[in-house]
Every structure is written in structure tokens, then in C-alpha cells.
Design a protein. Structure first.
Lengths: 94, 104, 484
């Protein structure tokens, strides 16, 4: 019964929160881009989005892309560190 | 077109569904799915805003952010799954409520 | 690519597994540890050489396009935090040469340590929200794995999983907040945001700043969001506990400083009262629960919570003096808590046990370690000739100057309360021995003793002569435009 109580309270809280947010959004509409600047780089929908976005990333966001590569390397190293078992020569040295 | 508020409301609903999943589910793998749902709520928000900035145009700043954020979410899930493999080896169960060694 | 200090650390991080594999057959197993120390020293030298330029006017990278698009900005605050991070990193690496010498997969440990340091330096140099998020994730993923590094015991794995779940919720909330800010302002660059949101009000701004605050607050362990902290600090290997409590948690406080004083004008959003209430709750909770702890590492973890409460007082006061106090306390707390965790690690390494009732009498056998531990505990309490006193005095004066004198009195009361459990630890160390295993305990090995002694000398030095570091912290706080 303990798990069921937690699930029921969880469902009630989540549904309440979603309803509160819906009421909030319907009352105050979002001032979308109210504080935005007028000069931004646009891409037309009619062009092919894939190569255009790739050009944008390469020209303006290249540092983030390189850092993402390092994050991948770090995650791979981390998973290797966790899943590594003792090898035979290390067991023999003990 | 569909109004922008519907997309934002859906993103908030996904965020709360993700929090519910993390708070109440017992299986450890469902926690990883909850984290993915949370990050996808934010991604949806980015794409929705980028489409509504001007008629007929798209803002590629949001698209680049989402591409990189999806890869980061994958890395976090990989690390979580590696830890879950070892937690299963030690405790013999995938139930997160049974991990109570540090509770004292 | 990035700036020189960050480049060098990333380069050394990527090549450390190769060095580890090539030297794995030799007798000296921690050769990759030496490689990492060399890398951190070269990076410290590179940081020193851009220091003078960065203090005068900020260095922006990339330079070629128009300055509202630069992703990294190296200014006085960034250089201060980066110097702290690299210094603590070097000391932890020297300590780990001996402490982790018997573990398996040691080259991966050093690689992850370098990635964590690189992530932290990227966070403090970032000028763009999304760059900050990416480096934040780099730091976080490395720290989740490092907490669970000794995976053959169940406690580190459980603590690492709990830390990962809470940290990932924080990162996802941060990303959600960033998306709302993007929706309001159309850009993610800090300088462009500061000019775009200059007069902004409205409930959507509150919501976005609340989500960003939750994201950073989970990593900075502010009280309702702190539940991962005691387990993660006590289950991690002691060198990782030292670097986690010294700099990783403080990176969250740095990010809060940057966001709330360089982007959102705090007077418009009314955050000072909320920061003040949260700081008092955090201080009180940390110090009161620490009085009940018997395990040394858990006690130090709860005392870290108390010190994070002190740092939030500076943010609540909101003036230049308050931010100087917070930034100075980040540096001082890094030194003091670093020495404390390293000494506890040395005691656990020699004795095998870390509870208050089992360490009686160790003080007679490990005199240098006990003296260093005692100095750091007195500094954590805030006693006058040591450096904790300087930063707590600055925070007290700042809170009085901002009209919130009750915060200053709360700091003094909490310092007195914390003396209760610090003195209990010192008394347990210097008592005569009770059990028989104490007879074979020798002094800490020399490689582990060197960083402890150097950091203790810094604690004494910056307590007696705080002028250079106080001046540096003042220049760092002057960078933030909204501090009144």
C-alpha cells in the first residue's frame, strides 16, 4: 500500500500542477520575443533546413560543437571507468 | 497556424510528467526515461519559439541548441545506465526503494 | 580554439588514457598522475600570463565577429575562479598520486579529473547561456562518475546514482529556464541579454528566473534541494570529496552571482528577501544537523551546507561589499574544506575507519596531520588570525550596510554553533588511545602530506595578510554591473 499511496499523491500533484499552469498560460499570454532585437539570422522555411542549419552551427556556434565532442569523450571514458573489471595480470599482481 | 500557447502548455505538461515519473516510479530504468522526458520538454520549448519568431522563417539558434542538447541527454543516460548495471550487481534488484545502505 | 588555459587542460585530458596505457607495464603506476600535474602547472602558467590583460579589460573569444556574439569572456571574476579551481586541482592530483595508487583503472580517474576541471573553467569563462550549459554538463557527468569510482562497494554506486538523478533534474530545469529566456529575449548571449532585459518585468520573467535558480540551486546545495550532498560527499573517495566540496559546489554559487547580478536586475525581481531567507535556513539546517553526526565525512558535508548559507548572505545583501565577501569566501572555503577533507582521507587511509568514536588517539601518532586538521577546523569556525575570519567579517559588514543586520547576527550565531562540533572532533583526535589498532598507525605518507601542508600555510598566510586576495576579490566583484 505504501507504493500505491505515493503514486496516487504523485498523480494528484502532477495533474494539479498541469491545471494550474494551463490556467496561468491562458490568463497571461506569453510576451514572445518582446525584448528581442531585430537583427537575427533567419532561414526561410522553403529552403532545405538541414544544410542551412549545419552552416549556421559551423560558422557561429563552432565552440559549442567542439565542447560537445569533449562531452561525448568524457561520457565514454566514464562508462569505461565504471564497467571496467580487473584484468588477469592485475589479479596476478595482487 | 496553431497558437504558440498550446505548444508551451504542452512543454510544461511534459515537464510535470517527467517530474512525476522521477518521483514515483520504482524501477531504476524508468528514472532514466523520466530524465529524458524532462530534457525533451525543454527541447520542444526551443523549437516552438523558433518557429513563431517570424512568419515563414526559422531561427537556427534554437535548432543548434536542440541538436547539441539531444546529444548531451544521450551522454547522461549512458552514465546512468552504467551505474544501474553496477547497482544491480550489488543489490540484486532494480527497485530504487531498496537502496538504503546510506540511510542511517 | 578556446583560451590557452582551457585548451591545455583539454589536450592533456584527451591524451592521458594513452599515457596510462603506454606506462601500464612499468613499476611506477601513477605516471599519468605526474602527466596530469605537469598539464595543470602549464595551464596555471598560461592563466597567469593572461591575468594582467584580463584584469584591465575582458578578453573575448572568438574575437573576429562582432562582440555580441562571443561565447567566452575572461574577466576578473573568471580569472579569480579559474585560479582557485586550478590550484585545488593541482593539490588534489598530488594527493591522489599516493591515495589512489592501489585502485584499478587509475588513468581513467585522472582523465575524468581533468575533464571535471576543464568543465569548471569553461563554466566560469562562459559568456553565453548555452556555452555555460554545455560546460556545466561536462563538469557534472565527470563528477557523477568520479563519485561512484570505487564501484566494488555498494555505497559509492548508490550515492552516485542518487547524485546523478538529482543533478540531471537540475540540468533539465536549467535548460527549460534557458528556453523560456530565449523565448522572451531572442538571444542567449549574456551581454545582449543584459541590455535586452534591462527594464523588464512580468510574471514570465519570474518563472524563467525561478527555473534557472532551481537548476543552479540543486548543484549549489541550497536547502530544499540539497538531499544528494551528504551521501555523495561521504561515499566518494576522499580526494574527490575534497575537490567536490571545494570547487564544484561553489561553481553553482558563481553561476548564481553571474545570472542574478549581470542579467536580471535583482531589485526588479525582488530576489534579495528570498536569498536571505534561504541563506538562514541553509545555515541553520547545516549546522544543526552536523551536531548529530558521528561519521567524520558526513559531518564535514553538513558543515559545507552551513558555509554555502554564509555565501548566500553576500548575494542577499546585493552590494559590492557583499559580493566581495561571497567571492572571497569561495576561495577561503575551498582552502579550508580542502585541507579538512584531505586530512580525513589521510586518517582513513592509515586507520581504515572514519567515525568519531574510532579515531581516538590518532592525534599522538599523526602529529602533522592533526595540527593541519586543527588549523583548518579553527579557520572554519572563523577565528581571528585565520582566513575564515576575514571573509565572515566582510559578509557581516555587507549585511549591516544593506540594512539586513539580522543576517549578520545569524552568521555570528551559526559560527558559534559550528564551533560545537568542530571542537568535538579535535577533542576526539587528541584523546589518549583507546583501542589496540592505533599502535601501528604511522604518519601520513609524504606525497599526501605535501598538499596538506602547503594549503595550511596558505590558510595561515591569507589570514595574517589578506590584502592581495581581498583586492583581487574586490576587482572580481566590480565586474558585476547590478551590484549597488
Amino acid at each position: 500500500m505504501g507504493a500505491d499511496k505515493i503514486e496516487i499523491t504523485g498523480v494528484i500533484l502532477a495533474v494539479t500542477a498541469i491545471l494550474v499552469v494551463f490556467i496561468f498560460i491562458s490568463q497571461n499570454s506569453i510576451p514572445a520575443f518582446k525584448y528581442a532585437n531585430e537583427n537575427w539570422i533567419k532561414i526561410e522555411v522553403s529552403k532545405s533546413l538541414g544544410p542551412e542549419t549545419a552552416n549556421f552551427i559551423w560558422n557561429y556556434r563552432s565552440l559549442d560543437l567542439i565542447t560537445q565532442a569533449f562531452v561525448l569523450f568524457g561520457a565514454a571514458t566514464g562508462c569505461l571507468a565504471i564497467l571496467r573489471e580487473k584484468r588477469k595480470e592485475e589479479k596476478a599482481n595482487d | 497556424m496553431i497558437r504558440l500557447e498550446y505548444f508551451i502548455a504542452l512543454a510544461f505538461a511534459l515537464y510535470f510528467v517527467g517530474l512525476y515519473c522521477l518521483a514515483t516510479k520504482r524501477n531504476m530504468i524508468r528514472l532514466v526515461l523520466g530524465i529524458e522526458i524532462l530534457i525533451n520538454a525543454a527541447n520542444l520549448n526551443f523549437i516552438a519559439f523558433s518557429a513563431y519568431r517570424a512568419e515563414g522563417f526559422v531561427d537556427p539558434l534554437a535548432h543548434s541548441t536542440v541538436i547539441i542538447s539531444i546529444a548531451v541527454a544521450g551522454c547522461v543516460s549512458a552514465a546512468a545506465l552504467a551505474l544501474i548495471v553496477y547497482a544491480y550487481k550489488h543489490y540484486g534488484t532494480l527497485d530504487i526503494r531498496k537502496l538504503r545502505q546510506l540511510r542511517e | 580554439m578556446f583560451s590557452p588555459p582551457l585548451d591545455i587542460i583539454l589536450l592533456f585530458a584527451v591524451t592521458t588514457p594513452m599515457v596510462g596505457w603506454c606506462t601500464s607495464k612499468s613499476r611506477f603506476k601513477s605516471f599519468c598522475g605526474l602527466y596530469v600535474i605537469i598539464g595543470l602547472s602549464i595551464s596555471a602558467y598560461a592563466l597567469y600570463s593572461i591575468l594582467h590583460e584580463a584584469l584591465v579589460s575582458p578578453v573575448r573569444i572568438p574575437v573576429s565577429i562582432d562582440y555580441l556574439r562571443s561565447s567566452l569572456k575572461i574577466d576578473a571574476l573568471g580569472v579569480f575562479m579559474a585560479a582557485t579551481i586550478i590550484a585545488i586541482g593541482i593539490f588534489t592530483a598530488i594527493y591522489s598520486l599516493r591515495f589512489m595508487a592501489k585502485d584499478v583503472g587509475i588513468s581513467l580517474y585522472y582523465t575524468l579529473l581533468m575533464f571535471m576541471i576543464a568543465g569548471m573553467i569553461g563554466v566560469v569563462f562562459a559568456n553565453d547561456f548555452f556555452t555555460l550549459f554545455i560546460f556545466w554538463e561536462l563538469m557534472s557527468i565527470s563528477s557523477y562518475i568520479l563519485v561512484a569510482f570505487r564501484k566494488h562497494n555498494p555505497e559509492p554506486v548508490e550515492a552516485g546514482l542518487k547524485y546523478l538523478v538529482m543533478g540531471a533534474v537540475g540540468s533539465a530545469s536549467l535548460l527549460f529556464g534557458i528556453s523560456l529566456i530565449y523565448g522572451l529575449a531572442g538571444t542567449l548571449n549574456f551581454e545582449a541579454l543584459a541590455s535586452a532585459l534591462a527594464g523588464a518585468k512580468g510574471s514570465w520573467l519570474y518563472l524563467a528566473s525561478l527555473l534557472v535558480f532551481i537548476g543552479f540551486g540543486i548543484k549549489a546545495a541550497i536547502v530544499p534541494l540539497h538531499a544528494w550532498l551528504p551521501d555523495a560527499y561521504s561515499a566518494a573517495p576522499s580526494s574527490i570529496s575534497a575537490i567536490l566540496s571545494a570547487v564544484v559546489t561553489e561553481t553553482g554559487i558563481y553561476a548564481l552571482c553571474r545570472i542574478f547580478f549581470a542579467i536580471f536586475n535583482p531589485a526588479l525581481v525582488e530576489w534579495p528577501i528570498i536569498f536571505a531567507i534561504l541563506s538562514v535556513i541553509t545555515m541553520a539546517f547545516g549546522n544543526i544537523v552536523a551536531l548529530l553526526q558521528m561519521d567524520l565525512k558526513r559531518l564535514l558535508a553538513y558543515s559545507s551546507l552551513g558555509h554555502i548559507g554564509y555565501m548566500l548572505v553576500g548575494l542577499a545583501a546585493g552590494n559590492q561589499l557583499g559580493l566581495t565577501g561571497t567571492i572571497l569566501h569561495i576561495f577561503n572555503h575551498a582552502l579550508m574544506k580542502g585541507v579538512a577533507f584531505l586530512c580525513v582521507g589521510a586518517i582513513i587511509y592509515r586507520l581504515g575507519a572514519g567515525r568519531l568514536d574510532e579515531i581516538a588517539g590518532v592525534g599522538r601518532k599523526m602529529p602533522i596531520t592533526t595540527v593541519a586538521f586543527g588549523i583548518s577546523l579553527f579557520a572554519l569556525t572563523g577565528m581571528p588570525p585565520l582566513n575564515g575570519f576575514i571573509s565572515e567579517l566582510t559578509l557581516f559588514m555587507a549585511s549591516v550596510q544593506a540594512g539586513m543586520a539580522w543576517l549578520g547576527i545569524a552568521i555570528v550565531l551559526n559560527s558559534a554553533l559550528s564551533a560545537g562540533y568542530y571542537l568535538r572532533v579535535i577533542r576526539a583526535l587528541i584523546q589518549p588511545a583507546k583501542s589496540k589498532e592505533i599502535k601501528n598507525v604511522k604518519e601520513t605518507p609524504a606525497l599526501m602530506l605535501i598538499p596538506i601542508c602547503i594549503m595550511t600555510i596558505f590558510i595561515l598566510l591569507f589570514g595574517i595578510w589578506p590584502d592581495p586576495i581581498l583586492e583581487f576579490a574586490r576587482k572580481a566583484a566590480a565586474v558585476l554591473p547590478y551590484a549597488t
